[in-house]
Design a binder for this molecule. Structure first.
Ligand SMILES: [Zn+2]
Ligand SMILES: [Zn+2]
Length: 281
């Protein structure tokens, strides 16, 4: 890892390390995002296209486009040299032991950083199914692939996430409880279940042991009042001293800073409520 996320986060709020351009499912070019980042006065901007995957997916970039992606970020670097730093990242899908951030393919790309994320889980027949995205599609897949078994889906999501952490090869874990949104649309009180809370405990333990960075992902806050990880977990993450960054996961330039100030305010509030952390003066 060549990026000191801890020091960047401690020094400025003008950064974002999670965004998607037309190389995957985003809706604008690298140049358009770069122009917006410059106009907003950002000091660090990271691109994180959905990685190539060895399964059919309309949301992931193709291997054939990786060189062009890296060249586009180089162009942005030259255009805004001295004003802000651009970083070539990737949001790498963990699909199981055969494909994920730890694969040498990704290590050899020369990326500046990697986000590890789980969007796909295996159906009971082994088919990899994307459980991210709209609840309409999730709901249709619940009957098509999962026998309407929400416990199986949530268990598989977190089990895969723990496997991904154990395999390593990435710097930041993407939206580590993303399944919470669709799963709680399916069963409103799912996050209150003791078995669900156990998964969060296991995730936090694994994250702490691994030293990876947690992102607070604001993509769904404006629309669904949802942060990933959920707001309820933030005090624990801060108390545990887990390094974190605040990312917008923007798919269009106007959203690169969306809901991020709100989260910085929450983090300030949590920090202020920690009396034992105050320095004597
Ligand atoms: Zn994602
Ligand atoms: Zn993303």
């Amino acid at each position: 890892m060549s990026i000191d996320f801890r020091s960047i986060h401690s020094q400025t709020r003008l950064y974002n390390f999670h965004s998607h351009t037309q190389y995957c499912d985003g809706r604008a070019s690298v140049a358009d995002f770069a122009a917006e980042a410059a106009a907003c006065g950002f000091l660090h901007y990271g691109f994180s296209p959905h990685s190539p995957v060895p399964v059919a997916s309309g949301c992931n970039m193709s291997m054939a486009d990786v060189d062009a992606y890296m060249a586009d970020v180089d162009d942005a670097r030259h255009r805004y040299d001295g004003q802000l730093q651009f970083h070539t990242g990737m949001e790498i899908d963990y699909l199981g032991p055969m494909w994920g951030p730890a694969n040498s393919y990704f290590r050899d790309l020369g990326l500046d950083y990697a986000i590890g994320s789980v969007h796909f889980i295996p159906a009971k027949d082994g088919t990899l199914v994307d459980i991210d995205g709209s609840f309409e599609r999730f709901s249709a897949n619940m009957s098509k692939y999962f026998d309407n078994d929400i416990r199986y889906v949530v268990d598989s999501y977190f089990s895969r996430s723990l496997d991904m952490i154990a395999a390593g090869g990435f710097d930041v874990i993407g939206h580590f409880d993303k399944v919470a949104h669709n799963a709680s649309c399916w069963q409103a009180d799912i996050e209150e279940q003791h078995w669900y809370a156990d998964w969060i405990d296991r995730m936090l333990d694994a994250i702490i042991s691994s030293g990876i960075i947690v992102e607070i992902n604001t993509k769904s806050y404006a629309r669904f009042n949802r942060l990933f990880p959920a707001l309820r977990h933030l005090p624990r993450i801060v108390e545990a001293g887990i390094p974190l960054i605040v990312n917008s996961d923007a798919h269009e330039p106007k959203l690169i800073n969306a809901s991020r100030e709100y989260v910085f305010g929450l983090l300030d509030g949590i920090a202020a409520a920690r009396p034992h952390q105050q320095n004597p003066s």
